[in-house]
Design a protein around this ligand. Structure first.
Ligand SMILES: CC(C)(COP(=O)(O)OP(=O)(O)OC[C@H]1O[C@@H](n2cnc3c(N)ncnc32)[C@H](O)[C@@H]1OP(=O)(O)O)[C@@H](O)C(=O)NCCC(=O)NCCS
Length: 166
């Protein structure tokens, strides 16, 4: 059985994250410079999933204490590590981190034709609510999804604050 471990990304993961991004996304990639900024940003949580010494996947979630909405900025799993639950584990961490920051909703955008990702998000309770034309570099449409942070996740918060969305 494969053991998948999760940890917060470190500055020395920069090359690995850039390479993972190249191996996973044909376009709309996060640049090396943006990765460096994300790794330093107090409002971004970059988490990596490792199998042995290999980084098998990563997520970036943007968390802002001033808004009730957290944003999943990126999720990528190396092709050879897919269908083993790596993305689900990474998304568990994202959900808990969003709850801990006080977010009530987690939002994300995905390409209209990315059916694998959409199936996963729907299975995890995300609902599509908006289409955004010409969102990607090649002109493709995005579908915006959101998921409420559940009561259980909210109760895991340090102060167990309730959600008030404006
Ligand atoms: C979308 C993506 C992140 C999913 O990553 P993943 O690690 O394969 O996802 P998981 O393994 O957690 O789940 C994928 C499916 O495998 C299934 N699965 C998980 N573990 C499994 C196992 N041990 N055996 C068989 N199936 C399994 C899950 O149930 C899930 O099924 P579903 O799609 O019907 O819900 C990955 O395909 C990817 O990186 N794609 C390219 C980048 C991308 O599109 N990112 C999203 C941009 S918005």
């Amino acid at each position: 059985m494969t053991t998948i471990r999760l940890r917060k990304a470190r500055a020395e993961d920069l090359d690995t994250l850039v390479n993972l991004e190249f191996s996973v996304f044909p376009g709309d990639r996060i640049s090396r410079r943006s990765w460096r900024d994300l790794l330093k940003s107090p409002s971004a949580l970059v988490t990596v999933a490792t199998v042995g010494d290999i980084v098998a996947g990563c997520t970036v979630v943007l968390l802002n204490k001033r808004t009730a909405i957290a944003r999943l900025y990126s999720i990528a799993v190396a092709p050879e590590a897919r269908k083993q639950g790596v993305a689900r584990l990474l998304l568990d961490v994202v959900m808990l981190a969003a709850a801990e920051t006080g977010a009530c909703l987690l939002r994300l955008e995905t390409r209209f034709d990315n059916l694998q990702a959409q199936r996963l998000f729907i299975h995890l309770g995300f609902k599509p609510f908006k289409r955004i034309p010409a969102y990607y570099e090649d002109g493709a449409e995005a579908i915006r999804y959101q998921r409420m942070i559940s009561d259980d996740e909210i109760h895991a918060r340090p102060e167990s604050k309730s959600c008030h969305l404006n």
